[in-house]
Ligand binder design. Structure first.
Ligand code: HEC
Length: 166
């Protein structure tokens, strides 16, 4: 009777340990399988922006690299549906945009509150842009100045402009 119980406990233990092992192996395998697939996809299409940008920034120094990568991520997630660097999409091509504005804080303010700037009527350039594009860019007031600066730095980098670091 007692040896029967011991056998039961023992097989229970073995089953338990076995299960944990199997789960661990499956999880590990899943993880590596996913990494492999996404790597293959990137090389196969060769157009994934993340892969592209990582190669492009390889020659930059550390602080610049981090900022350009941050800007790239924010740009792809929040601006790319309407903007490209080199061509008009819904909004203007952003190449050389810093030179079209009085200073950087004006652009940052515009990106945060385009409607306020346009309807405020005090910025002729912004009014003209709105007339030309006929669509109001949405507010991006959830961004910090630093985040917008990183997007502008990314745009400069993609335009082949020098990136100045403060
Ligand atoms: C839904 C579309 C849309 C999105 C999203 C959008 N924009 Fe715009 N953007 C526009 C349009 C349209 C204009 C032209 C001005 C206007 O009519 O509001 C514009 C104008 C601009 C300008 C001025 C361009 C120039 O030539 O001087 C800048 C800079 C800009 N956008 C940056 C951004 C950034 C950075 C983001 C992402 C954080 C962004 N935009 C997201 C539509 C968009």
């Amino acid at each position: 009777m007692s040896s029967n119980n011991e056998i039961l406990t023992l097989s229970g233990l073995i089953l338990g340990v076995g299960l944990v092992l199997i789960i661990t192996v499956v999880m590990l395998f899943n993880g590596s399988a996913q990494t492999t697939t996404s790597k293959t996809q990137n090389t196969a299409t060769n157009s994934a922006p993340v892969e592209d940008i990582n190669t492009k920034v390889a020659s930059l120094a550390e602080p610049q690299k981090a900022i350009v990568l941050q800007g790239n991520e924010l740009f792809q997630g929040n601006c790319a549906q309407c903007h490209a660097v080199d061509k008009k999409v819904v909004g203007p091509a952003l190449k050389g945009v810093t030179a079209r504005w009085e200073n950087e804080s004006e652009i940052i303010n515009f990106i945060k509150y385009p409607e306020k700037v346009i309807t405020g009527g005090k910025n002729d350039y912004a009014s003209k842009l709105y007339e030309e594009y006929g669509q109001m860019m949405p507010n991006h007031d959830f961004f910090s100045d630093q985040q917008i600066q990183s997007i502008l730095t990314y745009v400069k980098f993609e335009s082949g402009e020098e990136i100045a670091m403060k």
